[in-house]
Design a protein around this ligand. Structure first.
Ligand SMILES: Nc1nc2c(c(=O)[nH]1)N[C@H]1C(S)=C(S)[C@@H](COP(=O)(O)O)O[C@H]1N2
Ligand SMILES: [Mo]
Length: 194
């Protein structure tokens, strides 16, 4: 028996893979070379940080089981993500009091933003494994954000930069009319609902 699904969602077995099963915003998969990979933290923080892949893998890791919901109506239940807690990373870079939002930039030009208080939840992480396997490029590898309570357009693939902001800046789909709050349990899909 399947678990209770949020309003308007249907269950599928596996997360859809970029390009093959699911379109992205670009026609080509961004090429990511781990030897040159960096993750940058900047903006309203006291300890700006640039990490390489080796440094990132040394950080304490967590696993988190959660459900994944695309705004187009498909959900995958019980995904096991492994990576680094967003709250842990935020504590490293020490947000200033002025930091209220966080903006995520990605290798394909995609972006999203979230309230800092939303990404401090225990189940929010930067993930490099899904169900025990290294995250494939087609699933956003080497590193993607996972924010289970929000529609998956908030869970950015191929993260490159994390910018702490005092004022909100809308991301790619939010600028095109999708909800900025994107709360799955409220069926909160389009900005006109707010
Ligand atoms: N960088 C980036 N992240 C992204 C997207 C994208 O096009 N580019 N699409 C979003 C959307 S709409 C969904 S449903 C999920 C899809 O993740 P999946 O390809 O692993 O199923 O990624 C989200 N994150
Ligand atoms: Mo989506």
């Amino acid at each position: 028996m399947s678990k209770h699904l949020p309003p308007g969602q249907r269950q599928i077995e596996h997360i859809l893979r970029w390009g093959k099963d699911h379109p992205g915003i670009t026609k080509v998969l961004p090429k990511i070379d781990l030897a040159n990979w960096t993750l940058i933290f900047e903006g309203e923080i006291t300890m700006p940080l640039k990490m390489n892949w080796t440094d990132f893998l040394k950080l304490p890791k967590i696993t988190s089981r959660s459900d994944f919901h695309c705004v187009e109506g498909w959900s995958v239940l019980d995904c096991e993500w492994e990576g680094v807690s967003f709250k842990f990373l935020s504590d490293l870079v020490k947000p200033k009091d002025t930091a209220k939002y966080v903006f995520f930039e990605c290798a394909d030009g995609y972006s999203t933003s979230l309230l800092l208080t939303d990404v401090f939840d225990d189940d929010v992480l930067l993930a490099y494994k899904l169900n025990g396997n290294d995250l494939e490029e087609g699933f956003g590898g080497p590193l993607r954000l996972i924010v289970p309570k929000k529609y998956a357009y908030k869970s950015t693939m191929w993260i490159t930069k994390i910018i702490f902001l005092s004022k909100n800046k809308l991301g790619f789909w939010e600028n095109k009319g999708y909800s900025d709050t994107a709360n799955v349990s409220d069926n909160d899909r389009f900005s006109t609902q707010r």
